[in-house]
Design a protein around this ligand. Sequence first.
Ligand SMILES: Nc1ncnc2c1ncn2[C@@H]1O[C@H](COP(=O)(O)OP(=O)(O)OP(=O)(O)O)[C@@H](O)[C@H]1O
Ligand SMILES: [Mg+2]
Length: 252
Amino acid sequence: MTLVQLDKKTQGTTIQRLKTGVPGVDNLLSGGLPKHTITLVSGPPGSGKSIFCYQFTYQGIADGQKCLYMTLDKKIEGLLSQASELGLNFQPAIDAGQAKFLFLNINKKLIYETMVNEILSGNYDRIVLDSITPLSEMPIYLNNPEFSNDLSNVDPEELVSGNFPVRRLHLHYIVNALETSGTTAVVTSELPAGSNHMSRDGISEFLADGVIVLSLDPTMDRRKLAILKMRSTKHTLKPQDMQIDKGGIRLV
Ligand SMILES: Nc1ncnc2c1ncn2[C@@H]1O[C@H](COP(=O)(O)OP(=O)(O)OP(=O)(O)O)[C@@H](O)[C@H]1O
Ligand SMILES: [Mg+2]
């Protein structure tokens, strides 16, 4: 059983990599995503962000790792049946306690606490958060005790003036938890078609170690995948042709 791919870098350091499970992508990444990093997968609706996350989770299961999939978009039943249509059946791993799928309702109180507790439980080798967009757009209540630690670092003048970077705080909160947990994470972000940013919030791409952008060209009936950033990895920036079919995304 191969847990991670080893990649000898020229500097003599060894970077452990986790296969994405997306055929063709790992070859472009010297074997996969560097262990203990956060990769942002962004793209417009229908571009394959969730399917990328299913494949990342499915590969983790195949490699004997523990996986957590958190979603703010979809009820778990719908997600599992979409995955199963693609031939990715998660039920055995869920039953065996190797994979956990968690639907987080954005309208519920303590969503951050639930999320961060789960992330920090230290139980998972791979974590997916699909998607971060509702969180980055959610209003923040300054008297929310969940943020008291973070707010103590904010300049009081910024708070009073209202210039305080609210979205950054949400994202930092999650990114800090993922970093502390020592997991390898994939986080998705919606991207309006034609956007110049790499994420809808315009911030997550700076916080993430890696950025993979999925795009659609309806006129040409084409899909593309581009690796725009990946820490410790030499990679092409060129958008690659991809297809979604049985098994999910694959480069063509
Ligand atoms: N069984 C399947 N066979 C072939 N293509 C499929 C199949 N299931 C989904 N697709 C394609 O994948 C698309 C959905 O991909 P996915 O759910 O990963 O998109 P997304 O980027 O997560 O979208 P959103 O932003 O709405 O969540 C569908 O619109 C369809 O084009
Ligand atoms: Mg999705």
